[in-house]
Design a protein around this ligand. Structure first.
Ligand SMILES: [Zn+2]
Length: 273
């Protein structure tokens, strides 16, 4: 059993720029908005926090906000939406809007799928190439068929707009935080993801982040599952990340993302390979 204290590690310097303070804030490895419990204490300066909170809130607040509210995640903003507006196709085949009361909510999330990270497949990916999406729709209070009948719908029209780099950078941030939690602040010989997290590099983002062809995370409870491992017996550290690992669409589980973090210093590499 892990106690709460096992989920905290004191760092006392900014994990992004190395600044030793003052006024360092705590970093939630899995964002607070996703009920994350792993915390790096005193681990971000205010400058870096400004940078990371921008892409983090773009994803969690603007793209996943309705889903998070509907699914009951915590929020620092206590004023929750009471109504949810969805776009529908009515019986006549016309597009329309429907405002649902809170107790008949429909929640959905659309996750992008990318190519595998270029680094792993020997390809130079300038950006992340979206190759598909996984959509999950849930109507908690009644089966989706009754929902269609009650509101006389012939279909839903749902979409999410992901900006080019916000979600990949969030994946990098989560993976990087987990690596620091596991191996400590000073573990990297060379770090591939920091320049992207801090927005110093843009080109080549798709070399270090992508979607796994072969999923290894099994369906399980929880909101995010992160596994750290090494790439093909090298010193390169990689993270597998899956959001909402318990959700299944038939046999299909949610996408599993890969982040190639960088190579670790000698002393952190397992000797028995
Ligand atoms: Zn900093």
């Amino acid at each position: 059993m892990f106690g709460k204290e096992n989920h905290k590690k004191i760092i006392n310097r900014c994990i992004y720029c190395g600044n030793t303070g003052p006024q360092l804030t705590d970093e939630h490895i899995i964002p607070y908005a996703l009920n994350g419990d792993f915390i790096l204490k005193n681990a971000s300066c205010s400058e870096c926090q400004k940078i990371t909170s921008t892409f983090e809130s773009n994803v969690l607040k603007y793209i996943w906000g309705d889903f998070r509210n509907g699914a009951g995640f915590r929020s620092r903003n206590k004023k929750k939406n009471n109504k949810i507006e969805i776009s529908i196709i009515n019986k006549k085949g016309e597009e329309d809007k429907l405002i649902l009361p809170k107790d008949e909510q429909m929640i959905y999330i659309i996750l992008p799928e990318y190519e595998e990270p270029g680094y792993l497949i020997g390809k130079d990916n300038k950006g992340v190439n979206v190759v598909g999406t996984t959509t999950f729709i849930h109507t908690p209070k009644m089966p989706i068929e009754n929902f269609r009948e009650k509101y006389e719908l012939s279909g839903f029209k749902i979409s999410s707009t992901y900006s080019y780099s916000d979600f990949p950078r969030l994946l990098m941030k989560i993976a990087y935080g987990m690596a620091i939690f596991q191996y400590g602040y000073d573990c990297f010989e060379e770090n591939y993801v920091l320049p992207y997290i801090l927005d110093k590099h843009k080109d080549g983002l798709g070399n270090f982040v992508g979607t796994a062809k072969n999923k290894i995370i099994l369906p399980q409870a929880g909101i995010v599952t992160i596994l750290l491992g090494f790439v093909n017996n090298s010193s390169d550290l990689m993270a597998n990340i899956k959001f909402f690992p318990s959700i299944k669409n038939g046999e299909e589980t949610m996408p599993e993302y890969l982040v190639v973090l960088g190579h670790l210093k000698e002393q952190f590499i397992p000797k028995n390979k």
